[in-house]
Design a protein around this ligand. Structure first.
Ligand code: PRP
Ligand code: URA
Length: 211
């Protein structure tokens, strides 16, 4: 599995703001938006472009544009914070949605929303979620995409745990990972260590949903 770690100084400084427990919700949202744009920018590096003729004020030349924009799929809730930054990089991308909430006892993902096209076989999918912990949520989301024919999936995560990365590798799914860091472990509540806490809560406040 291809893994790209973005250790750019600007990415790492935004990540440190997010990790810092003193950062309030608005500071966390702002840093997440900046880092989200940087990770999507890097995830888009291998997209194919096509040339088209254009006129500058001075002469005729060839322009370049994406042959086909990727399809952005956030895992709600925390992934929602990455949608606007992704669209700021790729304004003509379409967006689908997967809603999952981790059960606090079992740590298994509980699905509550699927808003995706039936046929994704021609799509390049950017699956965005700030956190990859056990890997359960990401694997569930990838399964939904693969069932719709997706063959080209890039998971864009901010903090990935070694355990989740290994689960992704072992799954054999057609996925590559772009992340800002791989953290070494999980605690007894399956939170990433050192991590940054609960990304959804830090973006939006406590989750109010009965599983
Ligand atoms: C978080 C995070 C991932 C998941 C990662 O979401 O955004 O989706 O946990 O954990 P995993 O790799 O062990 O599955 P959470 O379920 O807390 O929901 P939220 O975004 O609504 O807070
Ligand atoms: N989800 C989060 O938001 N944070 C973690 O550390 C693990 C799962």
């Amino acid at each position: 599995m291809q893994i790209t770690i973005i250790d750019h100084p600007l990415a790492q400084s935004r990540l440190s703001i997010m990790r810092d427990k003193r950062t309030d919700n608005s500071g966390f949202r702002a840093a997440l938006a900046d880092l989200g744009a940087m990770l999507v920018y890097e995830a888009a590096r291998d997209l194919t472009t096509e040339e088209f003729p254009l006129e500058t004020p001075v002469a005729s030349t060839e322009g370049k544009r994406l042959r086909k924009p990727p399809f952005i799929v956030p895992i709600i809730r925390a992934g929602l914070g990455m949608v606007d930054p992704a669209l700021s990089m790729i304004p003509d991308a379409q967006v689908g949605f997967i809603g999952l909430a981790r059960d606090e006892e079992t740590h298994q993902p509980v699905p509550y929303l699927e808003a995706l096209p039936h046929d994704m076989s021609e799509e390049t999918v950017f699956l965005v979620d700030p956190m990859l912990a056990t890997g359960g949520s990401l694997l569930h989301a990838i399964k939904l995409l693969v069932e719709r024919g997706a063959k080209d999936i890039t998971a864009v995560c901010m903090v990935s745990a070694e355990e989740g990365v290994n689960a992704l590798k072992e799954s054999g799914y057609p996925v590559r990972l772009v992340t800002a860091v791989i953290d070494p472990s999980l605690n007894e509540d399956a939170y990433i260590v050192p991590g940054l806490g609960d990304a959804g809560d830090r973006l939006y406040g406590p989750r109010n949903i009965d599983l």
